[in-house]
Design a protein around this ligand. Structure first.
Ligand code: S3P
Length: 440
């Protein structure tokens, strides 16, 4: 089967409901890791079974944890906080997953064998120093390629020291890794963290682990102590707002259309896209809000808008929209006026340099844009209508580039060839199936 996705026609207007986009990736990986340290059998439903999550399951299996992955549920038989068996020469392949690669390091700070972490071509280019530095302060030994990248080796210690750390990038992966290490360390670890997604904190709180959270205006203060026990826990993974976002944007860029997506996680630290699109004139309603084990869930209703407005995007929304900027740039491409996005340096730290790719895609579709260091100005064209042939390839198999390009193709026209279709398996294996349903 060819690995190139060809789109030659725009999608027709639609009024649809999506009962289920796939389970949230961040929550799925956190559930796998925490359930692996719980005592007894934990079960999850709607776990995302993408490559990133399967890599997480394979990782905990290497430490002797038994996992049953069935069609409708996943069961993990945790052996408690000290239940990992460290054999010689264990290699963890985090594949494409920064979340797995970084979070698991926090759990390995007390390992008594050296463990090697490897990843695919994209992950091997990414910065692991940002997480190795704080973990070294706990007393663990980490050795990285070029002092920055994978492969890396970690060897833990029984003499962990709590740390006081200022996480100033707004990286939830770094913050979570430090929280995990703090849960293994006597004394109080204190993290002053620039705002970022807070799923780890909420899950730890739900599990009644010794964590204290206080939210300040521009940062969060987190205090963690050594956990004594994690009780096994069942979890229905809510749907992923980052996956839902492709269809939200598909709707707002298709005339006379509307869409409802059920049961989506609308954690405040994740809904930047919704807030930004509302500011740009899109009608979005979050219905039927409810709390589930610390996370807020809702059904999302979105309607296409005739008059998209440009935005001068407030930088305090960057973190909560961090995985959605490729899509937001497409909306800015069709908005009236010039949009401006600043402080997006972290985008170039993702699976591919996404700020560069965002600009490249805009150039390909004929939208003037100016990138200056970490900011981008986008000169929107409400009448955008592409006629030419566009090829998207060599993008380090970044799943979000594939899926955003598909949305551009279906809404702006032209004849597109998007390579590396299998990149969707990283985060959203059902993407093309749902897209097909939308086109019926
Ligand atoms: C994630 C955090 C974010 C995000 C990634 C998932 C997580 O990365 O981009 O897709 O689950 O903690 P950073 O921590 O690098 O910002």
């Amino acid at each position: 089967m060819t690995n190139i996705f060809v789109i030659k026609k725009k999608i027709n207007s639609f009024h649809k409901k999506i009962a289920k986009v796939s389970g949230d990736k961040s929550l799925s990986i956190r559930w796998v890791l925490l359930a692996s340290l719980a005592k007894g059998r934990s079960r999850s439903y709607n776990l995302l079974t993408s490559d990133d999550v399967k890599a997480s399951i394979n990782a905990i299996k290497k430490f002797g944890i038994k996992v049953k992955l069935k069609k409708d549920f996943c069961e993990i038989h945790g052996k408690g906080l000290d239940g990992y068996k460290y054999k010689k020469n264990i290699v963890i392949n985090a594949k494409n997953s920064g979340t797995l690669g970084r979070l698991i390091l926090g759990l390995l700070v007390n390992s008594n064998e050296k463990i090697k972490i490897i990843g695919d071509k994209s992950l091997s280019k990414r910065d692991f120093k940002r997480v190795a530095d704080p973990l070294k302060k706990f007393g663990a030994k980490l050795k990285l390629k070029n002092n920055k990248n994978l492969p890396l080796n970690i060897l833990g210690t029984k003499n962990l020291r709590p740390i006081n750390y200022h996480e100033n990038r707004g990286s939830a992966q770094c913050k979570s890794s430090i929280i995990f290490a703090g849960l293994r360390t006597e004394g109080t670890t204190i993290i002053k963290a620039k705002k970022s997604r807070n799923h780890t904190e909420l899950m730890c709180k739900y599990l009644k682990l010794p964590i204290i959270l206080s939210s300040k205006k521009n940062y969060d203060l987190i205090k963690v102590r050594k956990a004594k026990k994690i009780n096994s826990f069942n979890y229905h993974v809510p749907s992923d707002i980052s996956s839902a976002s492709f269809f939200i944007v598909l709707t707002c860029l298709t005339k006379n259309s509307s869409l409802t997506i059920k049961n989506v996680n609308i954690n405040q630290s994740r809904i930047g896209l919704v807030i930004i699109l509302k500011k740009m004139g899109v009608k979005i309603i979050l219905k039927n809000k409810r709390l589930y084990k610390g996370e807020l869930i809702a059904d999302i209703f979105v309607k296409s808008s005739k008059n998209l407005k440009s935005i001068n995007c407030p930088i305090n929304l960057n973190s909560s929209a961090i995985d959605e900027f490729l899509l937001i740039f497409l909306v800015a491409a069709k908005a009236k006026g010039v949009s401006f996005f600043r402080n997006l340096g972290e985008l170039d730290q993702k699976e591919s340099p996404r700020l560069k790719w965002g600009s490249k895609i805009l150039n390909l579709i004929g939208i003037k844009n100016i990138v200056n260091k970490s900011s981008i100005k986008i000169f929107g064209n409400p009448y955008i209508n592409i006629k030419k042939k566009i090829v998207i390839k060599n993008y380090l198999k970044d799943h979000r580039i594939f899926m955003s390009s598909a949305i551009a193709a279906l809404t702006f026209g032209g004849e597109w060839q998007i390579h590396d279709k299998d990149s969707i398996n990283t985060s959203f294996p059902n993407f093309l199936k749902i897209l097909k349903e939308m086109q019926k």
